[in-house]
Design a binder for this molecule. Structure first.
Ligand SMILES: O=C(CO)COP(=O)(O)O
Length: 124
């Protein structure tokens, strides 16, 4: 049996509706994966009926927890819908997550177009 792919989902507030729409569109793929998410995003994803391992909310350290998972080799990909028009108190954590992904060569999508490509590649 193939082991489940491990994916993390994160969306800034301005992108949460887009994340929920994306999750619904890709439900058939995500249902076969192990999903981790930042707290608030995870709550929305759960409402679509998927199981989610929820971390802290982003501003409380959720991005940092997901970065730690990436550093430890516990994630196959991260879908992080960032809001390029918003200001975020935890911007250093966001930058840290991006950097850790580059250090450890973990695929990270920051918009739905790239997220689709990563999900489809992981599923194939
Ligand atoms: O702030 C976030 C990403 O930086 C997302 O966190 P929440 O999903 O808890 O809102």
């Amino acid at each position: 049996m193939m082991t489940k792919k491990r994916i993390a989902l994160i969306a800034h507030d301005g992108k949460k509706a887009e994340m929920v729409a994306f999750v619904k569109d890709h439900r058939h793929i995500l249902a076969e994966m192990e999903i981790t998410a930042t707290g608030t995003t995870g709550g929305y994803v759960e409402q679509t009926g998927l199981n989610v391992n929820k971390k802290l909310s982003g501003p409380k350290g959720g991005d940092a927890q997901i970065a730690a998972m990436a550093a430890e080799g516990l994630l196959d990909g991260i879908l992080f819908f960032r809001d390029p028009l918003g200001k975020h108190p935890h911007e250093p954590d966001v930058q840290m997550l991006m950097r850790i992904c580059d250090v450890h060569n973990v695929p990270i999508a920051t918009n739905p177009a790239t997220a689709s490509l990563i999900l489809e590649a992981l599923a194939s």
